[in-house]
Design a protein around this ligand. Structure first.
Ligand SMILES: C[S@@+](CC[C@H](N)C(=O)[O-])C[C@H]1O[C@@H](n2cnc3c(N)ncnc32)[C@H](O)[C@@H]1O
Length: 243
């Protein structure tokens, strides 16, 4: 079987093929679960963001690629996913947290994997509101956050390479049940190509479950399942239904 090589600019690949494929496949499992929760047999799927297809490559083997829509702010990553996996691509345009060029109320299932993990509270709220505006009523979205498990990891070491003061800020915010966000320091070495492309609005967040609950309550959304640390033993996974 032909396996599409990992793109050389894919920051999600950090040296282990096994880990890269396992994390991508886990998110595809969450999307499959969301499909069951939504009761959709031939779902129209939105994956936002897609990056260079760590997850898309698994979705495209499980679902009809022509019914998978992907979007990202990095134009070459969208082009790669279109060409390699045969999915429908959308380039994220200004204003970059609103997704005006993606159809509203069009999707049965959607994945928001590892984006609000990198955004301020204001930008994360905007993204969640606009992301769910793309879903049909009754559809289910998968949203991942740095939550309880991240707090555990960050309590042990500076796993996001943000520096000691920023690490303490994230920890104390989470412990006070507040949304925490810091920019990456200039000398960090994680996701460098992504940060170079996007700029310093991109950093690290840590998000208490109560914050997600309140955004859902304000927007006619309901958390139907919450799996702490379920993505790679790290990110929290929320299955959220739109009413
Ligand atoms: C941590 S990566 C996750 C990619 C993919 N979901 C995965 O799990 O492999 C975050 C992605 O968000 C994209 N991104 C950053 N800001 C964005 C925005 N405003 N809208 C859409 N995508 C954005 C980046 O280009 C990057 O590909």
């Amino acid at each position: 079987m032909h396996v599409t090589p990992i793109h050389p600019d894919d920051d999600m690949f950090q040296g282990s093929h096994e880990h890269y494929y396992s994390v991508g496949s886990q998110m595809a499992d969450f999307v499959s679960h969301a499909t069951e929760l939504a009761g959709a047999h031939t779902p129209i799927i939105l994956e936002l963001p897609c990056g260079y297809g760590r997850v898309t490559r698994h979705l495209a083997t499980r679902f009809d690629p022509t019914k998978i829509h992907v979007a990202d702010i990095m134009v070459p990553s969208v082009d790669f996913c279109i060409g390699a996996f045969g999915v429908v691509g959308h380039y994220v345009a200004e204003p970059v947290y609103e997704y005006a060029n993606i159809a509203s109320e069009a999707f049965d299932v959607a994945a928001l994997g590892s984006l609000v993990t990198h955004l301020s509270s204001h930008n994360a709220r905007t993204v969640i509101v606009h992301f769910f505006s793309k879903l049909k009523s009754g559809a289910v979205g998968v949203v991942t956050t740095h939550g309880e498990k991240s707090r555990e990891h960050l309590g042990i070491a500076d796993c996001y390479q943000v520096g000691e003061a920023a690490r303490q800020h994230l920890l104390s915010s989470f412990d006070a049940n507040q949304y925490g966000f810091v920019n990456y320091p200039t000398d960090h070495s994680l996701e460098t190509k992504t940060v170079d492309y996007i700029g310093d609005s991109y950093g690290i967040s840590i998000i208490p479950t109560d914050w997600i609950k309140s955004v859902c309550e304000e927007n006619n959304l309901s958390i139907i399942e919450h799996w702490p640390g379920a993505w790679d033993g790290h990110q929290d996974v929320f299955f959220i239904r739109k009413y």
